[in-house]
Design a binder for this molecule. Structure first.
Ligand code: BES
Ligand code: MN
Ligand code: ZN
Length: 480
């Protein structure tokens, strides 16, 4: 059962009221309810201005009668609403509450409605489909709030895209391989009226995508290449935005095999492509006046008698040769061909998303993603879009020519591993070799933020699908 966020006009009297306070500001609620809140707030132990909530029980102590919630008094209100609503929705798991009615300290415009509703929807998500013994997540089924229709619609699309991505990224490698990634793309395309072309391994080979093909060699699950398109109706020469995602359905490292602990969470190495799928699904619902493409090459990285080797020299789609120095630096190989393919579309903006390097987490910690490239304006547009939706990005320009020497080799045009130091940047520099110069391109390294051990704010345990809402916001800003 997934939660519905509904306009307050439809609320029945059995919906449990939630009073949101923010410092001095009281919720916009009926007088009687406000009085109850006033009487109880000082007794709850909540600290005004500090995030938290308190459930006021009924006499039978079953479902609460009123819920008091504090929003942080400082900082961005949209972010506070998104996280506050997510934490509340999750906290109400298993309490038998069917419906809640939210009262906020200020009227919600489009943006704030979207933030609050996104919080509810994202906080409701839990990857529990394989749990048979333990009870499944069961929060409120209906949430009523006074907001705008546009805000509710956007929240449905933004959070829906992120949840689509999460529910795919969380699936293990024994369930989702390259073929299943392609099936999912076809399903999303069919439901949303998008074009979708799937290429099999023979076609990948014929198209000259030897780098993608090489990574997939060692797996019994054969590679796929997927191209989805949304075309706006009745718009002449729309701007063309192309998203490319990394889709390694399991990354064992290949012959340069990972340690046993290093492999854990590597089912999540397809999150970039899952994000692209989520973005395309949301785009189909939002119908912007932009042409939007979603592209990914799906493979599994496994060791095998036919696996690609260290020292192999392969030729990517754009003709450049790559010496393989580490089969665990496989993401950049799959992206090399996907980026070369994407450039043939002559995009106005090209954005790739990938769980590409452990180094990005070393540089930024677990709550900020990397934005790498030469286009400072596009990077800033991503950072700004991220700010608006509560996702942090840090820009790394690729202008260190001395560092760039680390991806050179006497035997080929470029090598796929640069050794220690600046690993996220050298990975970005490698990708740049496959982007036509002058293309407005940015590489988003989401390896630092793609997976969380346990739930907090609008993130559930497992895949975060960080980046989906930033990219959607970027599209909305571009459309303005
Ligand atoms: N999929 C990994 C990157 C990764 C690491 C994602 C941790 C999420 C969490 C990628 O394919 C990889 O193995 N990268 C190597 C690159 C190195 C061999 C140059 C890495 O980061 O160690
Ligand atoms: Mn790897
Ligand atoms: Zn990988």
């Amino acid at each position: 059962m997934t939660v519905k966020v509904v306009s307050a006009a439809a609320a029945g009297s059995d919906a449990v009221p939630v009073l949101f306070y923010r410092g001095e500001k009281e919720p916009q609620a009926p007088a009687g309810l406000l009085e109850i809140g006033r009487a109880l707030r000082s007794l709850t132990g909540l600290e005004p201005g500090k995030a938290g909530w308190h459930l006021i029980p009924t006499a039978d102590k079953k479902t609460p009668r009123v819920i008091l919630a504090e929003l942080p008094a400082e900082g961005c209100l949209a972010r506070a609403l998104r996280n506050g609503c997510a934490n509340l929705q999750r906290e109400l798991d298993g309490r038998g509450i069917k419906a809640i009615r939210l009262y906020f300290p200020e009227a919600l415009d489009d943006r704030l409605t979207q933030a609050a509703a996104e919080g509810i929807l994202l906080g409701d998500y839990c990857f529990d489909k394989y749990r048979t013994a333990r009870p499944k997540y069961a929060g409120p089924e209906e949430v009523f709030l006074d907001g705008t229709e546009i805000g509710l619609k956007r929240a449905g699309a933004f959070a829906g895209g992120q949840i689509r991505s999460r529910s795919l990224a969380n699936e293990p490698g024994n369930v989702i391989g390259p073929a299943e990634m392609a099936h999912c793309a076809q399903e999303v395309a069919r439901a949303g009226g998008l074009e979708c072309t799937v290429y099999d391994e023979g076609q990948i080979h014929e198209m000259g995508m030897e780098a993608l093909f090489a990574v997939g060699r060692g797996s019994a699950k054969r590679p796929r290449f997927v191209h989805m398109v949304y075309r706006p109706q009745g718009i002449e020469n729309p701007k063309r935005v192309v998203f490319v995602g990394k889709s390694v359905t399991f990354d064992s490292g290949g012959l340069s095999i990972k340690t046993r602990d290093g492999m854990i969470t590597m089912k999540g190495d397809k999150t970039g492509a899952c994000n692209v799928l989520g973005i395309m699904e949301a785009v189909a619902a939002l119908r912007p006046s932009l042409e939007v493409h979603g592209i990914f090459g799906a493979v599994e990285n496994m060791p095998d008698g036919d696996a690609y080797r260290v020292d192999d020299i392969i030729r990517a789609k754009n003709g450049k040769t790559i010496e393989v120095k580490n089969t665990d630096a496989e993401g950049r190989l799959t992206l090399a061909d996907a980026l070369a393919y994407a450039c043939e579309l002559k995009p106005d903006a090209l954005i790739d998303m990938a769980t590409l390097t452990g180094a990005i987490g070393t540089a930024l910690g677990g709550y900020t993603a990397g934005a790498l490239g030469d286009d400072a304006a596009l990077a800033q547009a991503i950072i700004d879009a991220g700010k608006a939706v509560g996702e942090r990005f840090h820009y790394f320009p690729l202008d260190d020519d001395k560092l760039k020497e680390k991806i050179s080799t006497p035997f080929a045009d470029v090598k796929n591993s640069a050794g220690p130091g600046g690993g996220a940047i050298t990975a970005g520099m490698f990708l740049r070799e496959f982007v036509v110069p002058g293309t407005s391109w940015i590489h988003l390294d989401i390896a630092s933020v793609d997976y969380y051990e346990s739930a907090f704010d609008c993130y559930s345990a497992g895949a975060s699908s960080f980046g989906v809402r930033t990219c959607l916001q970027y599209l909305m800003n571009l459309e303005k």
